[in-house]
Ligand binder design. Structure first.
Ligand code: C2E
Ligand code: MG
Ligand code: MG
Length: 741
């Protein structure tokens, strides 16, 4: 699921990159199109400029010719009054007309009679040529219909000629076929897709190039408007531009888009003002753009292909890369099975709401590494993994976490079947050591039974807590997490944390349970029993904390503290001149593990300056501690002078054989034995025990004596001392002092 979404995310990123590339190409393509358009407009500028120069030059030349001919006429014919004189001028003009390719030249008398080089006489009174000329104005007409000879479009250049008094005496003219102008602008720019017009400011066409579709059209603006209404705005723009003699670009719709370049023609004597229009159809642009677009489209296809290839390649390599990464991230390097990260991922996919979450460790695995070597250690871990994996069913998970810690999720409907599986797995794992030749190991399990869907970390925490309860236990090597166990653990942890403070604050109080001589029933001693008065005033009994402190070693400190307190109390009583008798103190077996205990207790005796006989030591028997070690300690204590009492004799652990093994000064019969009184067999056992102990030179103290018949029975058996509720419960110091006063 996660993998798919990662892959999808990466593909989306690739597609995103593709879109960006695409956009860049498209934007670039758009810019290129604009550039091409700009280039086209620039080249229109160039073409137009060249045409303009040619036209202007040509007309200037024609006017210069006419002007110089005029000057000649003025000097040769200073009085042009008669028909003969006018005809003589015509004769004079004829060779010029021919040389300079005018259609004709001629002279117009002020009465309107025109004399032409091609033999025509015509009255043109009222014509611009005469009207303007007689006023002394030179002129070039627009295209007009030739009324003489061949009917065609012509343009007429005219200049006034003056007599000696500087009065206009006639008008000289030269007629040019409009066709001649057309030749000037008949160049074919833009691969035949461009053409030009010379127009007057009002739009009247003076001439056009042959390719022009408006060939022969008289007004370009009318024509533009007839193509499309959309051109109206452009017509206004053009007119305004021409009014201010501006040069520029425009567009028009005429069977497709047309680019217009307009530039004024600076020709002297043109009354109307001429403009050169260079026009190009959008076809030329499209052709050019198409080439570029073609290139871009190819580029897009290539980019697309590259991206598709990249995605395909990426998916392919992602697959194999992921495989490698997955192996690194999810496979345990030792067992080659799942690791914890993999377990968690699978667990989250499964989201189980029932089943057993197990935290498993191997006991003594560290020894395998130390004694048999890391290689064997790894082999052991692998075999353990195989044993676990082999028995996994559908929907069940397992992983090695680290070191010798494994985690499992098993499904089993009943606890009985589940525990059977755990036992089978234990047997299998227990057998590994023999198979591969390493020292014995066995697993132990902490189990959390799921009641609802919970996250793996929480379950693991519970299972781990349960595991602590069975650490090192071979027989009962599994424990289920119970809330109460957890509460107990928390409470115990609290007590441990408070211990040091409690010692310093004197929270441990000594209570004294008197011991009575059995025959005359007088107090002959007492046993110091510790109580913990907490800061809040509540009192804790020894069973609430002694077993805990025995497990974690704090008992040694507590025992020593009790011993010292009793010693100091004895000294105090001695100083106060009070009756002194032995007050026994308990020493836990766990305290005996500390080698320096003898010296420490000896030092305390010295410090308090009291006799060891005043503080007998009560030691219990226990199945777990080696008796030979205890014997040595007991002997050394006895050497110092401590009387040693064997506590709780007969509570289950103790064996009569112990009595042979070491010597105790006093045997304390456990309440369990005393309770046999009334039962004939029990009474017999009690009788033998007392006899045996006495024969070995021990004194006898009976504990937990509650009833009169018990007292009497013990008196009969010559038990030395009696301790029990029948006489007194343990008493706080003041009460005890009152008792012994
Ligand atoms: P214990 O040394 O065998 O002490 C005798 C226990 O039996 C005391 O319980 C006492 O109150 C109880 N007892 C005495 N007479 C009777 C009776 O007639 N009926 C009943 N039902 N009980 C009676 P306590 O004070 O709760 O102490 C329990 C155990 O805690 C002690 O057993 C001893 O093993 C241990 N303990 C107490 N103080 C210390 C100590 O300072 N150090 C060590 N290591 N253990 C201690
Ligand atoms: Mg005791
Ligand atoms: Mg006892």
């Amino acid at each position: 699921m996660k993998r798919q979404s990662i892959l999808l995310r990466r593909i989306v990123i690739l597609i995103f990159i593709f879109i960006i590339t695409l956009s860049v190409i498209l934007v670039h393509r758009h810019i290129m199109v604009q550039n091409i358009e700009e280039q086209l407009l620039n080249s229109m500028d160039d073409v137009s400029y060249q045409n303009k120069v040619v036209i202007e030059k040509e007309l200037e030349e024609m006017q210069t010719i006419l002007a110089s001919v005029g000057k000649e006429v003025e000097s040769l014919y200073p009085n042009l009054e008669t028909k003969e004189e006018l005809e003589a001028v015509v004769d004079f003009l004829r060779p010029f007309a021919e040389i300079y390719h005018f259609k004709r030249m001629g002279v117009v008398a002020l009465d309107g009679e025109a004399f032409c080089t091609d033999g025509y006489y015509e009255s043109i009174s009222g014509h611009d040529v005469l009207v303007l000329g007689s006023k002394g104005i030179s002129n070039i007409t627009g295209a007009i219909e030739d009324t003489i000879g061949v009917k065609e479009q012509i343009n007429v250049l005219s200049i006034p000629i003056y007599d000696r008094k500087n009065q206009v005496m006639a008008v000289l003219f030269a007629t040019v076929r409009t066709e001649e102008f057309r030749n000037l602008i008949n160049v074919e720019p833009f691969e035949g897709l461009g053409y030009s017009y010379i127009i007057q400011k009002d739009g009247t066409v003076v001439t056009d190039s042959e390719q022009s579709p408006l060939y022969g059209t008289t007004n370009i603006f009318d024509s533009m408007l007839s193509f499309s209404d959309k051109n109206a705005e452009m017509v206004d723009t053009l007119k305004a531009a021409m009014e201010s003699s501006a040069t520029g670009h425009g567009f028009a719709e005429a069977e497709g888009k047309r680019y217009i370049h307009y530039a004024p023609l600076n020709i002297e004597n043109v009354q109307q003002g001429w403009y050169l229009f260079t026009i190009v159809t959008s076809q030329i642009l499209e052709d050019r753009i198409d080439e570029v677009l073609d290139l871009y489209d190819k580029l897009l296809v290539v980019a697309g292909l590259i991206v598709i290839f990249a995605i395909a390649y990426y998916i392919y390599t992602c697959g194999s890369d992921e495989k490698t990464l997955r192996t690194l991230a999810y496979v345990d390097s030792v067992t080659e099975g799942d690791n914890y990260a993999c377990f968690i991922e699978k667990y989250e996919e499964l989201k189980p709401d029932k089943g057993y979450f197990i935290s498993m460790d191997l006991n003594d695995f560290k020894l395998v590494n130390t004694i048999c070597g890391i290689k064997k250690g790894d082999e052991t871990l692998r075999k353990v993994w195989q044993a676990i994996e082999e028995q996994l069913g559908e929907g069940e998970l397992a992983a090695r976490m680290n070191a010798d810690h494994y985690v499992l999720l098993l499904n089993e409907s009943s606890r009985t079947e589940f525990t059977e599986r755990i036992q089978q797995l234990s047997t299998k794992i227990g057998g590994i050591a023999g198979n591969i030749g390493v020292i014995s190991i066995w697993p132990y399990f902490g189990i959390y039974e799921l009641q609802k869907a919970e996250d793996a970390e929480t379950c693991f925490g519970y299972a781990n807590q349960a595991k602590h309860l069975v650490r090192g236990k071979r027989k009962q090597n599994y424990a289920f997490y119970e809330r109460s166990d957890y509460d107990k653990l928390v409470a115990e942890k609290k007590l441990v944390d408070q211990f040091e403070g409690a010692i310093a604050n004197g929270e441990f109080e000594m209570w004294y349970q008197p011991k009575y001589k059995s025959d005359d029933q007088t107090v002959v001693g007492a046993e110091a029993l510790v109580r913990w008065r907490k800061e809040d005033g509540t009192m804790r009994q020894p069973l609430d904390f002694i077993p805990l402190f025995e497990r974690n070693g704090l008992i040694a400190t507590l025992d020593e503290h009790v011993f010292k307190t009793v010693c100091m109390q004895q000294k105090k009583w001695e100083k106060e001149g009070k009756h002194s008798f032995p007050i026994s103190v308990n020493i836990s077996r766990a305290s005996l593990y500390y080698d320096d205990i003898i010296d420490r207790y000896k030092n305390i005796l010295k410090e308090c300056d009291i006799e060891p006989g005043l503080v007998p030591l009560e030691i219990t028997e226990s199945a777990t501690v080696d008796n030979s070690q205890i014997r040595k300690l007991v002997e050394r204590f006895q050497e110092i002078g401590f009387p040693i009492h064997l506590d709780d004799f007969g509570n289950g652990y103790s064996a009569l054989s112990t009595l042979n093994m070491m010597h105790f000064d006093t045997l304390k019969l456990d309440k369990g034995l005393v309770d046999f009184i009334g039962d004939s067999n029990g009474e017999k056992l009690l009788g033998y025990t007392i006899k045996l102990a006495k024969s070995l030179g021990m004194r006898i103290t009976a504990e937990g004596v509650e009833y009169k018949n018990q007292v009497e029975f013990l008196q009969d058996l010559e038990c030395d001392e009696i301790q029990g509720y029948y006489f007194s419960r343990p008493l706080p110091l003041e009460k005890f002092e009152e008792l012994i006063k």
